[in-house]
Design a protein around this ligand. Sequence first.
Ligand SMILES: C[S@@+](CC[C@H](N)C(=O)[O-])C[C@H]1O[C@@H](n2cnc3c(N)ncnc32)[C@H](O)[C@@H]1O
Length: 395
Amino acid sequence: MADPNIITLKLSDEASTTNTSAQSRFGSLNPAELAAQDPENEIEAKNTEEASEHTTNVHNVMRATEQISISEIGQERAATEIIVIYLLDRVAVFRDLEGLRARGWNNLDADKAFEQQRQRADAANGSAATRLYQMMERNGRQLDVATSGFHIPRVGTAEEPLNIVDFCMAPGGFLKTALNVNAGARAVAFTLPVEDGGHKILLPLSDNIQVKCLDITMPATDMGVTNILKEHEDASKFLPRMFPADSRPFDPLLSATGKSSLALGLEHLKQGGTMIVLLHKVEAWRTVRLLHQFSKFSTVQLFKPTKAHATRSSFYMVATSIYPLRAEAVKAVEDWKETWRLATFGTEHEYREATSKDDATVHAILEDFGDNLVDWGKKIWKTQSDALAQKSWTK
Ligand SMILES: C[S@@+](CC[C@H](N)C(=O)[O-])C[C@H]1O[C@@H](n2cnc3c(N)ncnc32)[C@H](O)[C@@H]1O
């Protein structure tokens, strides 16, 4: 009999493991991002944007900032380069990391090491899932020791249980930590159905955990879009409303970077709530922009485990004391929703127009926020740099 705690919400049998056009353009929880969350899948680092961005960074590092044209090499990349140059000038540990990365990317042994690791992971299956679960639980505990991020301050009355929302739950290590730390808490957890490529749930389920198996990148109604043409290629995949409008039930939110889960999470977060979000590359423009946004309406800490994923750029943003009603937070939700709408329904041109940023915007953010960025980033870059320095392929 089906487990009453698990709801598999699939509007169409056509749902597949491949990305929809919207997802791939939008870059929200795309396969690379998903792979990047998987400790068994270190190949990510060499296969994705990170590698190509990095190569561009290294090759262009000597170019003066003002010579970099955004249209010339792509906006995201150009903006990231401006940030990289800014950091290379100021942060010794970031220079070390860039040197190590360059040696790694140019070394064929690194490819071999990643490939072997991937083959081992593919072969391991069940045990790989258990290792991921245990690793996520361990990461969660370490994150809590370092930041107290899972110690969620109670906002409601003492009788009201704490409400957790987890947008990338399976196998469930993080949620386990969150529930352990907050006795009596309830959780709503989303995860991609296993048949669509999601992980198996290993967290033992109980009455206080409600799991919804669905693709969280398709929440049309919650994102304010209700009139979808039947002809739209993803028409059957969009989700009906999940959270009542104007409701703020959630205390903490656990998530990956996807704009849809960020928008839904922040829009329905209680005043004073917490968001723990997996991000990649502190120095990437999209990350800097996000950290800058959060710095305006919350207290931000960054955390990177020293063992798991240490050679990679991933890290967690722990945003506490969030003021979701502050103008900047409301604007961030609107922007994320708009970006999602344009990525999903707009033309390529409209999407580009809306998401384009000129060099001046990047410089203005660095002016306003550069010191914070350096301060927050140092620990993350140091952890990655120390781990890379141990690898034979960076020698
Ligand atoms: C690396 S795992 C996350 C680990 C998890 N947070 C933990 O603590 O155990 C990534 C998870 O994200 C989920 N996921 C990926 N894409 C998703 C999507 N589009 N919608 C909902 N869940 C998704 C997958 O089901 C997978 O279980």
